[in-house]
Each structure stands twice: as structure tokens, then as C-alpha cells.
Ligand binder design. Structure first.
Ligand code: S3P
Length: 448
């Protein structure tokens, strides 16, 4: 069986991932376990740090982003054991008892760390905090969380009226609000709910479409009073809350599984099993989109693990057709749009993705970057202000492409390279370690 040659060339902190496709006959086979869910990993570390007693976490993602969360909370007094996938122990310090950090907190590349943490810091009376991140995070909008926090009475300063990090926060006793968020964002929703933890009364967030609900599930499991109104997409937290440490089992990340689902779908003759994947309905938009495109995906062994639905997924290659993706589906697959664009390149017809302007303010401008990099390989991708138009069916050619330091772009391009003739080099592929440190060895494994 011909195999693709996957090699990593490392020079000074930079990885170039080289994917060399055989002239014919590549097919992908194997069983894969994807790393722990990034969103759940952040939340387990944060809630563990502010709860009373010990939290035990199994299956934590060891990516750079959760490491940033752990280091911020260690700097505020939480005892977090060495991070590993087997068992991480977090000795919670108790709600309202974060220590004032002696230095600037760094969220690295992680928007989730910064935005969720801001809700906790702003509602922590008597302490002063400064928060920053890498150059990508310092250019991402923080006003979406700073504004509602200011409505609650928070004192936050930063560039452009507090909309860009570095930010300085003087913790305050806040007042509850009912916030109508203009965007469907789990980071915004979670930030306000975390601020509501220590705020006396009912704090409510209403969003235009339902975003991922991991915070609601986990806050409830830790003992907070959470009310949901699914008709209006509203969540209410009653503060002050009492949180008690829990055992969290982190399922595999469907956002990481998505790369293999698309790889298995587009490389002829493939069959892949991705095991232990979180299939929370607020995250399974990618499965619905791939099914609309005619992908052959089967879900088996469905179960609930520590309050989150989990399943094993099998994908077999099939011919794909274009589809239209917009509206309420978007927040349920927001992180998967770059890899969905790769699927669309190999589908018959023109796929249109709309209502996804949020992609422009992710780790990179994902609309511009995925369009430009796939077009370098010969695809026909047009940028829309709020999405992409992708005409499939044009063969791709291997060439040098660039991740723009965005983890999901790096991995999406590596999957596109499996179906491109010749050799593709993905520059700055080290970005994958943000959410998937073992991406390259897994790619090597399934390529035989
Ligand atoms: C996340 C929410 C999403 C997602 C991000 C993780 C979370 O961001 O894109 O990767 O863990 O809450 P938005 O809330 O900005 O949509």
C-alpha cells in the first residue's frame, strides 16, 4: 500500500510540516484517540481552582492553551499538580479567595483563558490584576466581555478604551445584569456567568443562538444554581454561589476529531475510527454539515461521561457534494469551518458559508487565511464578508503554505495536503500544539 511521507523539520522553534503524497493509491486506516476537549479542559482547571476542596481531572488536554490557564491560576494561589492526561489534582482555594498575583498574568494565545478569567478577576473585590497575551491575542477584541462587565460595575482599563490587552483590572463587588449579547459566543456567556458567581442576585445572559454549553453543565455539576431558558437561549446564575470540587472526565475534542473525519471522507479508500469523542449537541454542527455533504459517518457506543455525551465515530470515504451553511448552525461548528472548507474543496458544486464573520477575529482572520492558503494550492475559494464561497472539484497541487500561527489553519492545510499532488510544506506548523500536540505523529500513524 503506498504511503504518504510526513516529516517535520524544526529550526529554531519553527516547525515546517512536509506532506509528500504518493502518485497514486493513498488511503488512510486506523483507530485514533483525540486529545481532551479544549473548552472543557479550561473550565475544569478554572472551576477546580475556585471551588472548595479537590478537583480531579482525567483526560485533560496538554496543549499550550490549557497550560496558560493552569499557569494563571497557579499564580493566584491554586495548587495544580503537574499536567498530564491520567490525573491532574487541583486544590481549590475557594470562591473569592484568589490571591493577588505579583506579576502580569499571561493567557498566551488563548482567548478562552483571557475572556473567562476576566469575569472572575473583575468580580474579585480588593485585588488588582494585569492580563496580557501573545501578539495574536493582544489584537483580538476584548470589548465584547469588557463592556458587559463594565455594565456590572467592573473597572477595567486597556488600549482603545479597554478593548485590547494588556488589560488592568481593579476587582469590585459587581451588580447583576441581564445581558443581551449581540453575538453567540460561549466565551462572552461564560465570562458573565463567572462574574455572576460572586455577584449577589440573578445574572442572566441571552444570546442570539445557542453557543457551546460546557460552562452551564460544569457550573451546575460544581454546585452553582443555573437556570436555562432554551426558548430564548438564556442562562441565569444566582450568586453568590458555593462551588465544591468534582471529578471531571474530559472527553476527546470534536474540534480535533474533525480533521480526521474530513481526512477519512476525502481520501479515497479510507476508513478511520475516532474514539471517545465529545458529542455535546452544541458542538456537533460539523457532523451535520458533513452529513449534508454526503459523508459516510457512523456514531457508535453513545454514552454520557461526567455529564457530557460521548461516542465513537467511524468515517469512510465517499463522494461529497456542496452544501450551504449559515444561521444557528454556525456557533455549533465555528472552530471547524477551516477544515470544512477543505472538505468543500473536494466536493462537487459550490459550498457557501455565511453568518460566520466571527472567524475574522479568531487566532487569525480565518476567512482570509484559509482562502488565501487553499487558493495557493489551486482551490477556488472566494472570501465573503461573513464567510466563504468554495467551488469544489479542482485538483490541488503541493506548494509552500503558511499557518499564520493559527493551530486550526496549520492542521486543515495538512489534511488538504493529503489530497494534493506532490509535496506540500506547511510553514509554522508548530501552532498545532495549541490544541493538538500529537497531531503530526497521528498523521504519520494513519498514513501508514
Ligand atoms: C470557546 C468558544 C468559542 C470557540 C473557542 C473556544 C470556549 O469562541 O471559538 O475556540 O471554550 O468557550 P467564541 O465564544 O468567541 O465563539
Amino acid at each position: 500500500m503506498p504511503t504518504a511521507v510526513v516529516t517535520l523539520k524544526t529550526t529554531e522553534d519553527r516547525d515546517n510540516l512536509i506532506v509528500q503524497r504518493p502518485a497514486s493509491g493513498l488511503s488512510l486506516q486506523g483507530h485514533i484517540r483525540v486529545p481532551g476537549d479544549k473548552s472543557i479542559s479550561h473550565r475544569a482547571l478554572m472551576l477546580g481552582a475556585i471551588a472548595q476542596g479537590e478537583t480531579q481531572i482525567q483526560g485533560l488536554l496538554l496543549g499550550e492553551d490549557p497550560r496558560s490557564t493552569a499557569s494563571c491560576f497557579r499564580a493566584m494561589g491554586a495548587e495544580i499538580s503537574e499536567l498530564n492526561t491520567e490525573l491532574v489534582r487541583v486544590q481549590g482555594i475557594g470562591l473569592g479567595l484568589l490571591q493577588e498575583p505579583v506579576d502580569i498574568l499571561s493567557a498566551g494565545n488563548s482567548g478562552t483563558t483571557m475572556r473567562l478569567m476576566l469575569g472572575l478577576l473583575a468580580s474579585h473585590p480588593g485585588h488588582f490584576f494585569t492580563v496580557t497575551g501573545d501578539s495574536s491575542l493582544r489584537s483580538r477584541p476584548m470589548s465584547r466581555v469588557v463592556k458587559p462587565l463594565q455594565q456590572m460595575g467592573a473597572q477595567i482599563w486597556g488600549r482603545q478604551s479597554g478593548s485590547l490587552a494588556p488589560l488592568a483590572i481593579q476587582g469590585q463587588q459587581l451588580s447583576p445584569i441581564h445581558y443581551q449579547s449581540p453575538i453567540a459566543s460561549a466565551q462572552v456567556k461564560s465570562c458573565i456567568l463567572l462574574a455572576g458567581l460572586m455577584t449577589e442576585g440573578q445574572t442572566t445572559v441571552t444570546e442570539p443562538a445557542l453557543s457551546r454549553d460546557h460552562s452551564e453543565r460544569m457550573l451546575r455539576a460544581f454546585g452553582a444554581e443555573i437556570k436555562l431558558d432554551l426558548e430564548t437561549n438564556s442562562v441565569t446564575i444566582t450568586g453568590p454561589a458555593q462551588l465544591t470540587g468534582q471529578n471531571v472526565i474530559v472527553p476527546g475534542d470534536i474540534s480535533s476529531a474533525a480533521f480526521w473525519l474530513v481526512a477519512g471522507a476525502i481520501v479515497p479508500g479510507s476508513e478511520l475510527w475516532v474514539e471517545n469523542v465529545g458529542v455535546n449537541p452544541t458542538r456537533t454542527g460539523i457532523l451535520e454539515a458533513l452529513e449534508m455533504m454526503g459523508a459516510d459517518i457512523k456514531m457508535e457506543n453513545q454514552r454520557v461521561v461526567a455529564g457530557e455525551p460521548v461516542a465513537d465515530l467511524r468515517v469512510r470515504s465517499s463522494s461529497l457534494k456542496a452544501c450551504e451553511i449559515a444561521g444557528d448552525l454556525i456557533p455549533r461548528l465555528i472552530d471547524e469551518i477551516p477544515i470544512l472548507a477543505v472538505a468543500a474543496v473536494f466536493a462537487q458544486g459550490t459550498t457557501v458559508i455565511r453568518d460566520a464573520a466571527e472567524l475574522r477575529v479568531k487566532e487569525s482572520d480565518r476567512i482570509a487565511v484559509i482562502a488565501s492558503q487553499l487558493n495557493r494550492m489551486g482551490a477556488r475559494v472566494t472570501e465573503l464578508p461573513d464567510g466563504l464561497e468554495i467551488t469544489g472539484g479542482t485538483p490541488l497541487t503541493g506548494i509552500d503554505v503558511d499557518s499564520h500561527t493559527d493551530h486550526r489553519i496549520a492542521m486543515s492545510l495538512a489534511i488538504a495536503a493529503l489530497n494534493a499532488s506532490g509535496t506540500t510544506t506547511i510553514n509554522r506548523a508548530e501552532a498545532a500544539a495549541i490544541s493538538y500536540p500529537d497531531f503530526t505523529p497521528t498523521l504519520q500513524q494513519i498514513c501508514g
